[in-house]
Design a protein around this ligand. Structure first.
Ligand SMILES: C[S@@+](CC[C@H](N)C(=O)[O-])C[C@H]1O[C@@H](n2cnc3c(N)ncnc32)[C@H](O)[C@@H]1O
Length: 372
């Protein structure tokens, strides 16, 4: 299977050469068919180069656009792995057509996401609302797909609904379906050798970063049928994923190659989705064997009240009964519940200070991780 490549050619024709079920994640930013006519001027009179490129105006009728959409989406469905997922982005001109065809083809919708542009292009004529969002559809091939969703990683990226100060203090909330991300501007914009911007529709890296972080894993193959400036491929490469992108304009492919050559992977906790990894198993018994707890030592509540005494099987002797640390926590706190989380309840003495057994467990997990 080819990977880590830009294919310069027609998306539908090139996808036909790929095997079934071969990509983990698809991001598609197809021609919008904006149907732009005439010259649009900014308020101060200079012309605005919106999206009236030949690649966007390649359709004569709605039927042409529908057939094109059906063809590329059918190929995407064929090459997407059964447990993979697809994101398609579009504005009001095309997203309803695309969504209807996706449903007709049997895609299963997970979410639609509003990309709210923090710095949108103004409506120069003042004739309608300022168009300040695009819509993304996130879908799978079938309802049964067990797609990747790095739920906790998504929380780590949610600066949309958590204030900056609170976020810094560790407050996290579920990521919602309205994303506040700036449009691509300034140094992020790919320029041609003559200094002109290369592409009218370059997407911001932050958008792709979110998508790739929450719906793929290190080593996955991320595919983009309409590569443009190769934003998807560049972000995928930086995040330690494989990439494959198709683009029919050779100029975009040339600058895209250059962009990708300048990318080196930077792999941190978000890229690895460490927040979503199941913590290593660490039983009381094995922590005793490893010397992290001592048989016979006393377990205390936070206020220094004595709880049980630790037995060699990891249970506690409390009030004449042998119970596990969770049952013991409920008994010691006089809770109505039969069990409370013992790791959040109990402390032991280390150097004359109370230390949470949860902290000791974390130390042991780190040791276990580093020592196989
Ligand atoms: C909306 S732009 C994608 C921009 C891209 N996401 C980025 O961040 O730069 C759509 C791209 O699809 C390309 N395109 C249009 N029709 C195509 C086709 N049939 N096959 C391959 N590429 C095509 C256009 O040349 C254009 O670069």
């Amino acid at each position: 299977m080819i990977k880590d490549k830009i294919i310069c050619g027609d998306a539908i024709e090139e996808m036909k050469k790929l095997p079934d079920d071969c990509v983990d994640l698809i991001f598609a930013d197809p021609p919008y068919w904006m149907r732009v006519e005439g010259v649009l001027n900014r308020v101060e009179g200079t012309p605005y180069d919106g999206c009236d490129d030949p690649w966007d105006n390649q359709f004569e009728t709605i039927n042409d656009y529908n057939n094109f959409t059906r063809d590329w989406l059918s190929e995407c469905k064929r090459i997407l792995k059964p447990d993979g997922s697809i994101w398609v982005i579009g504005g009001m001109q095309c997203i309803y057509t695309i969504g209807a065809i996706m449903q007709e083809l049997g895609f299963w919708f997970i979410n639609d996401v509003i990309w709210y542009k923090r710095n949108p292009t103004p409506n120069f004529k003042g004739t309608r609302l300022n168009n300040s969002h695009e819509t993304l559809i996130w879908a799978t091939k079938s309802e049964k797909a067990r797609y990747t969703f790095n739920y906790k990683t998504a929380k780590e990226l949610n600066t949309d609904t958590v204030e900056e100060e609170k976020f810094k203090k560790g407050v996290r909330k579920q990521l919602g379906s309205v994303w506040r991300i700036r449009v691509c501007k300034g140094s992020e914009r790919i320029k041609k050798d003559d200094g002109q911007k290369l592409h009218t529709a370059q997407k911001p890296e932050e958008l792709l970063y979110r998508i790739i972080a929450i719906s793929s894993n290190i080593g996955d193959l991320v595919f983009d049928p309409f590569g443009g400036t190769m934003t998807t491929a560049a972000v995928a490469k930086r995040m330690g994923r494989h990439y494959l992108s198709i683009e029919k304009e050779s100029e975009y492919c040339k600058y895209g190659e250059r962009r990708l050559n300048g990318v080196t992977p930077i792999i941190g906790n978000i890229e690895k989705a460490v927040f979503d990894k199941k913590p290593l198993r660490a039983s009381m018994k094995e922590m005793i064997a490893a010397g992290y707890f001592i048989v016979g030592e006393t377990f205390y509540l936070k206020n220094f009240t004595e709880g049980g005494k630790l037995l060699s099987d990891g249970k506690l002797l409390y009030d004449g009964k042998i119970v596990d640390i969770h049952r013991c926590a409920a008994l010691a706190k006089g809770s109505k519940a039969s069990r409370l989380n013992g790791f959040n309840t109990w402390y032991v003495l280390r150097d004359s200070r109370l230390v949470s057994i949860n902290d000791i467990r974390e130390k042991y997990r780190k040791f276990k991780l580093n020592n196989g």
